[in-house]
Design a binder for this molecule. Structure first.
Ligand SMILES: Cc1ncc(COP(=O)(O)O)c(C=O)c1O
Length: 459
């Protein structure tokens, strides 16, 4: 905007608007005026006038959004080196140990269907029955008029399964963490989490406004030290860890974390997205794996989208916690209740798991076999132990994409985890084992990975 434009702008104002502008100028605090860039009087006045002419287009046009432009460049970069886009692969049917992509069958390692219950005929039939009876949506928040018997049944079953007084289910796993952490903690509080904690917990921390600190992965000694130094400065303190870490497939020393939480009088939250239905003799999770008292963890969080063959999340804990969340957590109160087929599927999955615990045993055996064979072949499987998540770390994003492409050509579907999801030197292929993988499939896969790795090159 030129100076003449500016004077035109000002002279076109009505008397009342001119008065308003002078008032604004007078009321502008001295400190604000010091910070203003007065070398550009046009912008200064145009901002005061509420003039939108100088707003750059990237502020109101998504296709010019700088982060979007960066993303487009990255996708183009992959195309330029002839790499296939490993994202949004279209699967034609069930995502289990086998999947069909573009009509071709693959041995599949990109599914969280750990104990094979998504696609189980009993689980599907119960979901269909729920649709016949209740429809596909409950069409309201549960607190308003969305409550159905399936919701309470599912919560009661989950609480019994985990060993807590009660449980609340939410429509999304990610949103369970965001809304629960975001709601329960505030400015006067401190949240300390493992450095590898899932994004959903981080988003919850942000929303809460609490002070956030991370401790090095699984390092309870460092956590103890942080608490020693800082506990007394805050009101409530929440510690957040996972039952199995989804990038590395390792398990934290839960009894140590419980000791620390008791000593420093904090809350402890365990995200069991990947450990419920997986760890412990009956699949009851990390609590059963270590034989601890479930009441020693304040918030047991889990998702229904993995072992429980559905969609949604839960918080299991004491009655007071669950009751408070049900009447006040925004992601519950202001969101629709879980859909009937989703609630029914999770309920049926828990019942099948309770009667067929050999699924958990089989999952453990298959995972152990994969890890042992991979070690024999000299593959770097990082920290993975006793879990169905086995990374093969290559330490180079391009090489990961290349290897995943070569494996795809051999009928093996495994996804690369590359920068920026992990630092480039930790780029990896991440194998999710399910109880339905056969030993032959696992042997074939590990042999093929070792063989094809020699055909890739580090960039
Ligand atoms: C540790 C962890 N927590 C929470 C979530 C979110 O769960 P959902 O995908 O069911 O929303 C995930 C998703 O993979 C996860 O890995």
């Amino acid at each position: 905007m030129s100076t003449s434009n500016l004077s035109q702008d000002i002279s076109s104002l009505s008397t009342a608007e001119k008065r308003q502008l002078i008032k604004k100028l007078i009321s502008q605090r001295a400190t604000d005026l010091h910070n203003c860039d007065l070398s550009n009087l046009e912008t200064f006045f145009s901002q005061l006038l509420g003039n939108s002419k100088d707003i750059p287009p990237e502020y109101y046009n998504f296709s010019l959004y700088p982060d979007y432009r960066k993303l487009i460049e990255q996708i183009q970069g992959m195309k330029d080196i002839g790499a296939f886009n490993p994202y949004f692969t279209m699967h034609d049917g069930l995502n289990n140990h086998i999947t069909v992509i573009n009509g071709q069958e693959f041995i599949n390692y990109s599914s969280y269907n750990y104990i094979g219950l998504s696609g189980d005929p009993r689980v599907s039939a119960f979901a269909q029955e729920a649709i016949s009876h209740f429809g596909t949506s409950v069409s309201a928040s549960r607190i308003v008029s969305g409550e159905r018997p399936l919701h309470r049944k599912l919560e009661t079953e989950l609480a019994k399964f985990i060993g807590t007084e009660d449980c609340i289910v939410y429509v999304g796993g990610h949103s369970t963490n965001v809304t629960t952490i975001g709601h329960l903690f505030g400015e006067d509080d401190l949240i300390i989490h493992d450095a590898l904690i899932h994004n959903s917990a981080l988003e919850g921390c942000k929303l809460s406004g609490a002070k956030r600190i991370s401790f090095p992965h699984n390092n309870w000694e460092e956590l103890d030290r942080i608490l020693q130094e800082r506990r007394h400065k805050y009101k409530r303190v929440l510690l957040v860890i996972e039952g199995i870490y989804s990038m590395d497939g390792d398990i934290p020393d839960l009894p140590k974390f419980i000791e620390i939480k008791k000593h420093h009088k904090t809350f402890l939250m365990v995200d069991e997205a990947h450990s419920i239905g997986v760890l412990g003799e009956h699949g009851r999770g990390i609590g059963e794996y270590f034989g601890i008292n479930p009441a020693d963890v304040d918030l047991w969080m889990g998702t229904l989208s993995k072992s429980f063959a559905s969609c949604g999340g839960y918080i299991a804990g004491c009655k007071a916690l669950v009751e408070y969340l049900k009447y006040s957590a925004p992601g519950f109160v202001y969101s629709v209740g879980m859909s009937p087929p989703n609630a029914a599927a999770a309920l049926a999955a828990i019942n099948v798991l309770k009667s067929e615990r050999e699924r958990v045993k089989c999952l453990y055996q298959r995972s152990k076999l994969f890890l042992e064979l991979a070690s024999q072949k000299g593959l770097n499987t990082g920290m993975s132990r006793n879990t169905p998540i086995v990374p093969v770390i290559l330490g180079n994003s391009q090489q990961c994409i290349q290897l995943s492409q070569l494996l795809f050509e051999q009928g093996i579907n495994v996804r690369p985890i590359i920068y920026p999801a992990v630092p480039d030197k930790e780029a990896r292929l991440r194998f999710f084992i399910t109880s339905t993988h056969t030993e032959e499939q696992i042997r074939f896969t590990v042999n093929t990975v070792a063989e094809k790795l020699t055909q890739t090159k580090a960039y």
